[in-house]
Ligand binder design. Structure first.
Ligand SMILES: *Cc1c(COP(=O)(O)O)cnc(C)c1O
Length: 354
């Protein structure tokens, strides 16, 4: 039986995407060949790459606005350094909202001065900093839109004259934003888009080519752009499966339809966390993530009972990140509201039992 998968990543994808992707492994487009044995230069695969790239711009409303889309390897973790390699000439600002921001800061520090513009470290990253002043003259300002580990999410993005760079790994395509506010967006596919193995990059071309250092080809956005994201062999399975997910998002009504679904799921879950006296949430209410809900039992003696109950109900992946503890329910795009209802029922059952 298929589990209710609340895993933080790699994560659940739509069942029809799993079905189509596995079919393509056996026989791609009735070609008598597998998707993963054909040339990435064949028309069939070039079509996949081009459809994926154009669906990204279409869904985000970025067509004709000077953006380029890349599907590269190396995960979001490589983007921590690649963004700085390509953009950081003297100084950059970073909003520190947790472990992923810290890793981005560490890599960027190799290339220039990093100014920590704001941080919620002292509060254990349970909220998104607000009301901070952004220094002038930054090469860019970096922010993490959704903090997968703590369950916090930026609801209002800072406005600055410097290009805005955003790690959207764990909430990309989950909510409608004015994406033209961002100069560079990157996201590891495995949180909300596809399997592990590819990283989506959306970059405004006019911010590139401004640093004086030499950039190795594989780490140079301009090289990958000039080769239409085919400078070297792309991760064909990850790109194809991501493309199928993009088709699915479009079919269901685009990003705003995803947002509506996700809002319903998040409301259902957070209202149980708030109303059930056995549970308490981790993140500050106004910054709660609609992708990763973090919570714990007030009385930890109940953990064992609760764990047995949700496992019995076919739920997977509910343990919190080791640095936060408690529970984390990741309710990415493909997770159905029915799965959330199963979890909420279990939480209610525990209250009646305790
Ligand atoms: C998971 C995650 C990453 C790391 O992604 P990799 O693809 O494993 O390198 C970076 N940022 C955020 C916000 C994440 O959730």
């Amino acid at each position: 039986m298929k589990k209710h998968n609340f895993s933080a990543g790699p994560c659940i994808l739509p069942q029809e995407v799993f079905n189509e992707a596995s079919q393509a492994i056996l026989d791609f487009n009735n070609s008598g060949l597998s998707l993963i044995e054909i040339s990435h230069r064949s028309k069939d695969f070039v079509d996949v790459m081009e459809e994926a790239r154009s669906l990204v711009l279409e869904l985000m409303g970025l067509e004709g606005k000077g953006y380029k889309v890349l599907f590269l390897q190396g995960g979001a973790s490589t983007q921590f350094l690649m963004a700085a390699y390509n953009l950081l000439e003297s100084k950059a600002g970073y909003i520190n909202t947790g472990a992923w921001s810290n890793k981005a800061i560490k890599e960027a520090s190799i290339f220039g001065e990093v100014i920590e513009v704001a941080s919620s470290k002292d509060a254990g990253y349970n909220h998104i900093p607000k009301g901070y002043k952004i220094p002038k003259g930054l090469d860019y300002l970096h922010i993490t839109s959704n903090n997968t580990i703590y369950g916090t999410q930026v609801k209002e993005f800072p406005t600055s004259n410097s290009p805005l760079v955003c790690d959207m790994s764990s909430d990309i395509f989950s909510r409608q934003l004015d994406f033209s506010k961002f100069s560079l967006i990157y996201a590891g596919a495995q949180k909300n888009l596809g399997p592990a193995g590819t990283t989506l990059i959306i970059v405004k071309e006019d911010i590139l080519g401004k640093v004086s250092r030499q950039i190795p080809s594989m780490l140079d956005y301009q090289v990958h752009i000039s080769k239409s994201s085919m400078f070297n062999t792309p991760p064909v399975f990850a790109v194809y499966t991501s493309m199928l997910t993009l088709r699915w998002i479009k079919k269901l009504g685009g990003i705003s339809a995803m947002e509506e679904r996700n809002e319903k799921k998040a409301k259902l879950l957070y209202s149980e966390i708030d109303l059930n006296p056995l549970f308490k949430g981790f993140a500050a209410n106004e910054d709660r993530s609609f992708m990763n809900a973090t919570f714990s039992l007030v009385d930890e003696d109940l953990n064992e009972t609760f764990d047995a109950m949700w496992k019995e109900a076919g739920i997977n992946g509910l343990n919190g990140h080791r640095s936060v503890g408690g529970y984390r329910a990741s309710i990415y795009n493909a997770l159905s509201i029915e799965s959330v209802a199963v979890l909420v029922d279990i939480m209610g059952d525990l209250e009646r039992k305790a």
